[in-house]
Design a protein around this ligand. Structure first.
Ligand SMILES: C[S@@+](CC[C@H](N)C(=O)[O-])C[C@H]1O[C@@H](n2cnc3c(N)ncnc32)[C@H](O)[C@@H]1O
Length: 235
């Protein structure tokens, strides 16, 4: 406990409270007079682990934790509290710190979701994944690492592809993820993918792509489906 107090730069009493509270939440385990990381904390809260979730917690602290106190206002006004949809895009790039935190947070949430997807859906028949709005690459990185037959390309805005590039480098050169910087549907993805001219046989797309002319979702999906080869699918 004295060691923790020194590390956290606090008195012994609050350090003791913090350790006990963390243990009661399941983040630490008590062994005699010492504490150590629980299995949960080892998997999700140690930076560098594949399913590290700390970036999402940091982002929530920075952006959404205090606004939750005004959730009634958000519901009654039918508007977000943390950004102005009249003036800004949700993917606004004017604050570099927020941009970096946002995509790290997205990655840390999506990687574990991608694992759940791989367990729920049989990708066995697929070889070429197009991830539209793929962000920092959590889905293609997780899926390609699990499924050796799969190659992927991410189509996302150029500044986001830069983040995906960092992540794919970090994930290792054996991970076959290529990048297509641009804006869907203007940018035609497959042309820059390694497997062009064959089209993708599976496409993933988030539900919040920003498309200039705001088409209805079904017509966006139609455009996606027109890229498929026979037997392809969309998620
Ligand atoms: C909610 S994030 C999802 C990211 C990623 N699929 C994940 O799960 O981690 C939505 C992504 O769509 C991208 N995006 C938005 N509009 C786009 C467009 N018109 N073309 C390509 N990407 C777009 C954003 O840059 C962002 O990375």
């Amino acid at each position: 406990m004295t060691e923790a107090a020194a590390e956290f730069r606090m008195d012994d009493r609050p350090a003791d409270l913090l350790l006990a509270a963390s243990a009661s939440l399941g983040l630490l385990e008590k062994a005699g007079a010492s504490y150590r990381n629980s299995e949960l904390a080892e998997q999700f809260l140690v930076e560098g682990r594949p399913y590290y979730f700390g970036a999402q917690i940091r982002y929530s602290d920075l952006r959404t934790y205090l606004p939750w106190h005004r959730v009634g206002e958000a519901l009654r006004s039918n508007r977000p509290l943390t950004w102005d949809p009249q003036q800004q895009s949700m993917f606004d790039t004017t604050n570099p710190k927020m941009v970096a935190e946002f995509w790290d947070a997205m990655f840390s949430t999506s990687r574990f979701t991608a694992r759940a997807l791989a367990e729920a859906y049989d990708f066995g028949a697929h070889r070429r994944l197009l991830d539209v709005g793929g962000g920092a690459g959590a889905f293609p990185i997780e899926l390609c690492q699990r499924l050796p037959q799969l190659q992927a390309t991410i189509l996302d805005l150029p500044h986001v592809c830069a983040r995906a590039e960092e992540r794919s480098t970090w994930a290792g050169s054996a991970t076959p993820v290529s990048l297509t910087p641009g804006s869907w549907p203007t940018t035609q993805p497959a042309r820059t993918a390694r497997w062009w001219p064959a089209g993708p046989d599976i496409t993933t797309e988030p539900n919040d792509l920003e498309i200039a002319e705001h088409p209805v979702r079904s017509s966006r999906l139609d455009r996606g489906f027109s890229l498929f080869t026979s037997g392809g699918g969309g998620i």
